[in-house]
Design a protein around this ligand. Structure first.
Ligand SMILES: Cc1cc2nc3c(=O)[nH]c(=O)nc-3n(C[C@H](O)[C@H](O)[C@H](O)COP(=O)(O)OP(=O)(O)OC[C@H]3O[C@@H](n4cnc5c(N)ncnc54)[C@H](O)[C@@H]3O)c2cc1C
Length: 325
């Protein structure tokens, strides 16, 4: 059995330009708590063209900030990032590496796990330590109904990707820790893709910070016009189940749940969603859930503070009329 105290905890802090994604900062807060419990050090790892940006991470409680800086790391490239990071993992031997379950984070985590020949628990929605102080990542799984606790007791680093919004965003505080810049040994052969042009996607929605979310599922039949109107009148955002995003009824950023995002709204209004565990895990943090479904046995009602059994159409219409009035 490997001693979990060997090596510290690392958080991969994912950059967008010169700032860091909220999920990376959320992970810093949780990782600090775990590091303190285990009595190990916390390192924030950041990758990019230049050093410098990493200094911001000192406000989130690390013992160290490690910047991997190289011109070939300017844009995210799975092969180049995995080459640079795995070299550092082999050198420093941290016990744990936490990444955000973003598209790039998931992509990178899989490659790193293979290179390090270690285990990866993906899409985690809760984290705890077992009695041997191994990390247990909780994942809703196997078609629904169960939550699986997954650990990696025999290989290091133990790797986990965590959904955005699972942990609270910590307050930034007094800077701590030192910053080390490392220039990895990389050449063109380590890069798997070439950037021809870069067109940033238009505005992206962040449901993890929305106060009100109006969710539509398969029961909407694909008509989100009134769901959008309701969300607008309530000053909220539109959310959706995977069925709705897979069908292209709304953009994928609005998917809630295990594959989508974990939300914490004051109010979630859920129309025509059955309540599969992979979806409900994304609204468990809501203060109040109101569900409308024509099936009285739909599992969504087990997660709702208020349930309305009936066709969603007339319910949405009367809410729209009441709000307009
Ligand atoms: C690994 C994995 C990850 C997944 N991740 C996610 C995820 O992140 N998010 C997610 O949402 N799903 C996810 N899923 C899919 C999930 O298991 C469900 O299939 C999905 O959530 C179902 O979507 P739905 O509730 O819209 O559709 P359905 O399950 O088909 O439910 C539709 C509901 O609408 C009701 N209804 C129909 N018409 C009306 C009407 N006119 N008025 C009122 N009610 C009506 C029906 O009674 C039914 O309950 C994942 C699955 C797997 C295997």
């Amino acid at each position: 059995m490997i001693d979990v105290r060997e090596g510290g905890i690392w958080v991969y802090a994912e950059r967008r330009g010169d700032s860091f994604l909220p999920v990376s900062l959320e992970l810093m807060g949780k990782a600090r708590e775990i590091a303190d419990r285990l009595g190990v050090e916390l390192t924030a790892l950041t990758v990019g063209r230049d050093g410098g940006a990493g200094a911001q991470l000192r406000r989130y409680g690390p013992d160290h900030v490690l910047e991997l800086a190289h011109p070939l790391l300017t844009t995210y490239d799975a092969k180049a990032y995995a080459t640079a990071i795995s070299a550092e993992l082999r050198r420093s031997k941290p016990s744990t590496l936490l990444l955000g379950a973003t598209r790039n984070g998931q992509d990178l985590a899989g490659r790193l796990a293979i290179r390090m020949r270690t285990g990866l628990t993906a899409h985690v929605t809760a984290l705890e330590l077992d009695d041997r102080q191994n990390l247990i990542g909780w994942v809703p799984g196997f078609g629904g109904g169960i939550e699986a606790g997954v650990s990696c007791p025999v290989r290091r680093p133990q790797m986990v990707t965590v959904k955005p919004g699972v942990f609270p965003l910590p307050e930034s505080g007094t800077p701590t820790g030192d910053v080390t810049k490392v220039v990895p040994e990389l050449s063109e052969k380590d890069v798997g893709s070439r950037r021809i042009s870069f067109e940033p996607k238009g505005s992206t929605v962040d449901l993890t910070r929305a106060g009100v979310i109006v969710v539509g599922g398969r029961g909407t039949g694909g008509d989100f016009t009134r769901i959008e109107r309701l969300a607008h009148l309530l000053g909220g955002e539109v959310g959706a189940t995977r069925v709705a995003t897979d069908a292209g009824w709304v953009e994928r950023d609005r998917m809630i749940g295990q594959t989508g995002v974990i939300t914490h709204p004051e109010l979630a209004l859920v129309f025509g969603a059955s309540g599969a565990v992979q979806f409900t895990v994304g609204i468990e943090g809501a203060n109040t859930v109101i569900a409308v479904n024509r099936d009285p046995a739909a599992p969504i009602f087990d997660h709702a503070d208020l349930g309305i059994v009936g066709d969603l159409g007339p319910v949405v219409d009367s809410l729209l009329r009441a709000l307009a009035a």
